[in-house]
Design a protein around this ligand. Sequence first.
Ligand code: XIL
Length: 365
Amino acid sequence: MKRILLLGIILTFIFSSSCKKSPVSTIPVPISPIVIPPVVSNKKLIEVANFKIGAAVKVASLQSDAEFANTVKSEFNQITAEYEMKMNFIWTADNTYDFSKVDYLVDFAQQNSKSVHGHTLLWYQSFPDWLKNAGYDTVAFEGKVKTYIQTVVGRYKGKIVSWDVANEIFNDDGTLRVESQIQGRFKDPIGFVGRCFKYAHDADPAAKLFYNDYNVVLATGKRTAMKNMALRFKNAGVQIDGLGEQFHYRISTSQSQINSGFADLANSGLLIHISEADCKVNVNDSPAYVITDADKQKQSDFFKNIVTLYNALPANQKFAITTWGVTDKSTWLRNSTNGNKEYPLLFDESYIKKPAYAGFLAGLQ
Ligand code: XIL
């Protein structure tokens, strides 16, 4: 009772003294809760994340654009080639390899303490024409591909620490792509892919090996096919370490669908790589599109959501989140249809961090 009386006296004192101070009103103003401003962190993603932050880089940009190279040096700790490690860039003719661009990238990575993810040994879009048109039978074709894998993975043993062994062999419904170069060629195409994992493993037993595809969290059939393939490999003693989901999405992509598909992907128990993340804002590919603050915010929310999901994975399933490029200026999503009006990445044309970067950072915290 005494305490209540004392409290009453104190409150009366506070109100009466605050009223005296106010020249305008004599009505006591209710005490509003203190609003703590959000902590605006100026930390970098690589300082906060407990997994790698990767970027796909064009080697030509590393060589000719100092701002590009400096941004890669300071903001990312893993790199992959946007196209120079693909088969048609390296394997220019039978028995002829051009490693000049990959060597440059690997040297750059070593000098700047970045790890290198290899992308990709098998991809239907990058089988060179000379190989496709050579008329090899199944055995000869596999012999050639085996030599390629052993040559490339062997050359960078210990330097390229992880590889996408195969990329995009499935349709969304889980059937094999007709254009995959392996469908129709092999009686058991998945068996062939498994042997390619083995060739890569034999060439560098320490390398982490991935299967990579797009639209994985949305397409149940594709996701199931990937998980079944990984299970088949595991049961046969073939090493597969992880599954990559490219994450080429847009601000309008359903976040709840992403969330549930991601949970299903994660229950594979394998390493998960968000391997080519970007987020389209110009969803209608309109040449007249003008980016708005609202769209920038939606993109920021997209990154925050996917990074939050990724960050919640068990530690032994985290590998990396890689963005497919560095600056909007040179994204693969700019084209003549959209009049180069696309802005899917974390840095704008002047290498300034976008709200998307802040969203990514918020997802890490
Ligand atoms: C794209 C590159 O960004 C382009 O520069 C190149 O011309 C074609 O390939 N999925 C993948 C990537 O796995 O290899 C693709 O990269 C983008 C879609």
